[in-house]
Design a protein around this ligand. Structure first.
Ligand code: UTP
Length: 298
């Protein structure tokens, strides 16, 4: 069985939920404290053994390429001022993996973005991670949990978590039969169903390991929701030909694709980091006190 060595990270979307911030800056470059979201995603992939990172990019995404490239002028300036540890910090970002970029010329959907990477992935299984969801698990990275299932069964795996019934319309929803603790054999997948139509509350949270057969399935799948080529629909096409598994992902999840989730992620990270946690705790306590006093006055 071939090893999972590559990850496709689609970053070609417009990020409309974060306008105006995303007018000229990729949403993937927005920081959680001082590190861009995309770096957390790449670190997750690398810690799961991924060697090649394939970004599917679009216009206005140059900042991502620059972030994972060497920055000789910045390194020189830091060296001159004796900031060796910062030189190492920024150099390590570029040395983490091999980076490849492919342009999605038109934003025709997530499925179309994956298809754009076909010639670089080739005939081997590969991982997909979306930048919208951060999953923190220091012992076993989220995508590594899916790779473990792939290594056991040799078939495509989607990463899932249980969501409240009223939120099914935001996700690809999976229905299946449990075969092992946290692992299901998938029967049915549907993109963003209403709560009434949803077959379950098991939602795909932006992590996949796919066999290369997905490319052929994508080519045969008609446009779906939003007139876009949906990866979930292509998985349903694939499901008719080979089995697919789902794996409940273990870890602390942050939905950074919407404003509230993004703010919450920053607070949570700031609360756990050594250099910011004390200040953050103090700030939250002060704010809570202020709000309580306002409540009493009203
Ligand atoms: P989203 O649906 O979250 O879209 O795409 P978006 O543009 O990033 O954000 P909003 O909804 O407008 O605020 C899910 C993922 O698929 C990528 C996006 O970059 C994101 O990582 N994507 C989507 C593409 O690469 N190409 C597409 O054509 C569509």
């Amino acid at each position: 069985m071939k090893k999972v060595r590559k990850v496709v990270i689609p970053v070609a979307g417009f990020g409309t939920r974060f306008l105006p911030a995303t007018k000229a800056t990729p949403k993937e470059m927005m920081p959680i404290v001082d590190k861009p979201i995309i770096q957390y995603i790449v670190e997750e992939a690398v810690s799961a053994g991924i060697e090649t990172v394939i970004f599917v990019t679009g216009r206005h995404k140059r900042a991502i390429e620059d972030h994972f490239d060497y920055a000789p002028d910045l390194e020189e300036a830091l060296e001159r001022s004796g900031k060796e540890e910062l030189v190492e910090l920024i150099r390590n970002i570029s040395d983490m993996a091999q980076f490849v970029y492919v342009r999605q010329k038109q934003q025709l959907g997530l499925g179309h973005a994956i298809l754009t990477a076909e010639h670089i992935v080739g005939d081997e299984p590969f991982a997909v991670i979306l930048g919208d969801e951060l999953v923190i698990n220091d012992k076993n990275p989220a995508i590594g949990q899916l790779i473990d299932v792939y290594n056991k069964f040799g078939k495509s795996v989607v990463g899932t978590t249980d969501v409240p019934k009223e939120e099914t319309h935001k996700y690809g929803i999976v229905d299946g039969k449990t075969v092992e603790d946290g692992i299901k054999l998938v029967n049915y997948l549907v993109e963003k169903p209403s709560p009434a139509e949803a077959p379950s509350t098991s939602a795909i949270i932006g992590r996949y390991v796919l066999t290369p057969k997905i490319f052929d399935a994508l080519k045969r799948t008609p446009l779906g929701k939003g007139n876009e080529l949906q990866l979930t629909d292509a998985l349903m096409t694939l499901r008719k030909e080979e089995v697919i598994y789902s794996k409940d992902i273990e870890g602390v999840r942050h939905d950074t694709g919407n404003k509230i989730g993004y703010i919450k992620a920053i607070i949570d990270f700031a609360l756990t980091r050594e250099d910011t946690s004390e200040f953050m705790k103090q700030l939250i306590l002060e704010k809570a006190k202020e709000l309580n006093e306002q409540k009493v006055q009203n």
